[in-house]
Design a binder for this molecule. Structure first.
Ligand SMILES: *[C@@H]1O[C@H](CO)[C@@H](O)[C@H](O)[C@H]1NC(C)=O
Ligand SMILES: *[C@@H]1O[C@H](CO)[C@@H](O)[C@H](O)[C@H]1NC(C)=O
Ligand SMILES: *[C@@H]1O[C@H](CO)[C@@H](O)[C@H](O)[C@H]1NC(C)=O
Length: 117
């Protein structure tokens, strides 16, 4: 029996049935839907910024390292060049920030997505 399976069994013992794996999976799905095409500055990797010409990798790196944020405009208080501020303003409607969800945590994902690797 693999260590991840054991972790999964322990997980279901520690947490009550109301927060079982299926429920957590749904929270993750909802969160992805709620972000609908927008890049979550609180929860994105640098690669998510490749779709915005000019942002990757330098400005994208600053944004990811500068997070988390309470609002999208908090990015403007980072140490950005004028050009980077322009770029950010150009795409700012494509960004959002959302509160972190435990269902999107790597550890829970490994148990819940059915791909035990
Ligand atoms: C930014 O958002 C607009 C409106 O939703 C969309 O049409 C556009 O494709 C997005 N740009 C990028 C680079 O994702
Ligand atoms: C972004 O994440 C931080 C830390 O995880 C959190 O305190 C903050 O409330 C989040 N932003 C929003 C808009 O929920
Ligand atoms: C998304 O948020 C979760 C929970 O706060 C965190 O564990 C995870 O590392 C974040 N993912 C990214 C790509 O920032």
């Amino acid at each position: 029996m693999g260590i991840v399976v054991i972790a999964g069994l322990l997980f279901s013992l520690v947490f009550p049935p109301a927060t079982n794996a299926a429920d957590l999976r749904n929270i993750a799905d909802d969160k992805i839907a709620e972000r609908a095409g927008k890049v979550d500055l609180n929860n994105s990797s640098v690669r998510r910024f490749q779709q915005f010409p000019g942002m990757y990798p330098t400005l994208a790196g600053k944004i990811v390292l500068g997070g988390p944020y309470n609002q999208v405009d908090d990015v403007l208080s980072l140490d950005l060049t004028e050009r980077q501020k322009e770029l950010f303003n150009q795409y700012r409607d494509n960004f959002t920030v959302t509160p972190p969800e435990i269902a999107l945590n790597e550890g829970f994902d490994r148990i819940n997505d059915g791909q035990y690797r």
